[in-house]
Design a protein around this ligand. Structure first.
Ligand SMILES: Cc1cc2nc3c(=O)[nH]c(=O)nc-3n(C[C@H](O)[C@H](O)[C@H](O)COP(=O)(O)OP(=O)(O)OC[C@H]3O[C@@H](n4cnc5c(N)ncnc54)[C@H](O)[C@@H]3O)c2cc1C
Length: 422
């Protein structure tokens, strides 16, 4: 069992009801590997449709990215709709946008229906980290308007600073249809809903090996699962369990900190209307207020997928660069996690075989997209794959393999840092 990260989330959310580890062999219709948002969403939808579902989780619910992320519920993808249209045509780009919108509605519906207390709030700003990034914001605004989405507005100068007391940003795109939530509480709520719908959950049960043939099996330390279908939902934490998937995904480390409680007045002055913010740099920074009046601040990506000793002081310096009024502020919690990044920066959904399905690689947009992608996995297993195939036909390009992978990723990291600086 690996330790939990020292995240503010872990300290501010009561532990979910623990599930026992699997002991002995079992059979089920669908075995889901991984109890993050993707696996839990697939399990919930399948259980609601009457499937016998078993979820095996190597650690505990939400231990992966789902329990330690920035909590930002963001419209669309980590790529503009016009860029998606250039890659996959205007019709699929429109379908993908509609699915991303449905993702937010699905999340809200589940939070309401299952009474998930996860502090869901609305309001988000995509802030231009450089003056030249303003053009990208305008592209996004035009794309959204062309799709009939009218929740965006461009903010500049004093209008922006009225919502975000940072001298670092000159313009930003406010999105009233994006927001933020407590990520671990949301994961635990999904797990409760899936179990209430009949899914069996086994924590501390790593899948050690899988067979994706006609009679799929999952081998765990104390028993084997025999299923009709497998869902692989380990994302950036799946490792080499399915080598073809590992080649199409790069796990990238990003860091977060939680300041000491600032008091209601000081915290509110930073983000008066309680927006979540992320910026346009490749090594982006993202932040928001917590309900106990801290600033939760993240960023500092590490493309070589390892944490480094200087990450904490670097992130603290970045915090003060954004908010000079926080110079010298105490930091109570610091943690990191892995984001699953794809070459296209779009999620990848697909089949390893007729019985083994996967979804991963949300590239920093998983809080919203995982819910719908989990549902699409369930739809495909139920025999309705039209919407699943909109994602499945996106190109799944591989990253370069060993021994060049790590040196090249370091080089990429340097290149992006240089680009952010210029
Ligand atoms: C620090 C950080 C900040 C982020 N901020 C944001 C944000 O603000 N907004 C946003 O939209 N996205 C954000 N993301 C990304 C988002 O968190 C992810 O896209 C999303 O949580 C992915 O969910 P998942 O269920 O696919 O994967 P995970 O939540 O990572 O779940 C995978 C699970 O599978 C389990 N597992 C892996 N291998 C095995 C195995 N062999 N056997 C059994 N279990 C296994 C793991 O233990 C893990 O619990 C952030 C990510 C990080 C790390």
């Amino acid at each position: 069992m690996s330790p939990w990260p020292d995240s503010w989330y872990r300290h501010s959310s009561p532990p979910g009801a623990a599930a026992a580890a699997m002991a002995g062999d079992i059979t089920c219709d669908v075995c889901v590997v991984g109890a993050g948002y993707t696996g839990l969403s697939a399990a919930l939808t399948l259980a609601e449709r009457g499937y016998d579902v078993a979820v095996v989780e190597a650690e505990q619910v939400g231990w992966g990215a789902s329990g330690r992320n920035g909590g930002q519920l963001i419209s669309g993808y980590n790529k503009s709709v016009s860029a998606i249209a250039r890659m996959s045509g205007p019709d699929d780009a429109r379908r993908l946008w509609a699915l991303a919108e449905e993702a937010k509605a699905l999340l809200v519906g589940r939070v309401e229906r299952h009474g998930i207390a996860c502090d869901l709030r609305w309001g988000y700003i995509y802030a231009a980290a450089r003056p030249r990034h303003r053009a990208g914001l305008l592209t996004q605004l035009r794309d959204a308007e062309a799709l009939g989405y009218d929740r965006l507005r461009l903010l500049e100068g004093a209008d922006l600073r009225a919502l975000m007391a940072s001298p670092r940003y000159g313009s930003g795109l406010e999105d009233g249809g994006s927001g933020h939530l407590h990520p671990l509480a949301y994961a635990q709520g999904l797990a409760r809903a899936a179990r209430a719908a009949g899914a069996r959950l086994y924590e501390n049960t790593p899948a050690l090996a899988i067979d994706t043939g006609a009679a799929p099996t999952v081998t765990t330390p104390r028993g084997r699962v025999r299923a009709r279908f497998l869902v692989l939902a380990g994302n950036a934490y799946l490792g080499d369990l399915a080598p073809p998937l590992a080649r199409t995904l790069v796990p990238i480390v990003t860091y977060m900190l939680a300041t000491v409680p600032l008091g209601a007045e000081r915290a509110t002055a930073l983000l008066p209307a309680d927006h979540a913010v992320s910026d346009t740099n490749a090594g982006l920074h993202y932040f928001r207020r917590s309900r106990d009046h801290r600033l939760l601040f993240g960023g500092g990506v590490n493309f070589a997928n390892r944490s480094t000793a200087d990450a904490r002081p670097k992130l603290t310096r970045a915090l003060v660069h954004c908010f000079p009024q926080l110079a010298g502020v105490g930091v109570d919690h610091f943690w990191h996690g892995s984001v699953g990044m794809t070459v296209s920066r779009l999620p990848q959904l697909g089949r390893l075989s007729p019985t083994a399905y996967f979804a991963h690689g949300y590239s920093g947009h998983g809080v919203a997209l995982t819910g719908i992608c989990g549902q699409l996995l369930a739809e495909a297993i139920s025999g309705q794959a039209e919407r699943f195939d909109v994602f499945a036909r996106l190109p799944h390009r591989s990253f370069v393999g060993s021994p060049w992978r790590v040196p090249l990723l370091r080089l990429a990291s340097l290149w992006y840092r240089l680009r952010d600086l210029l």
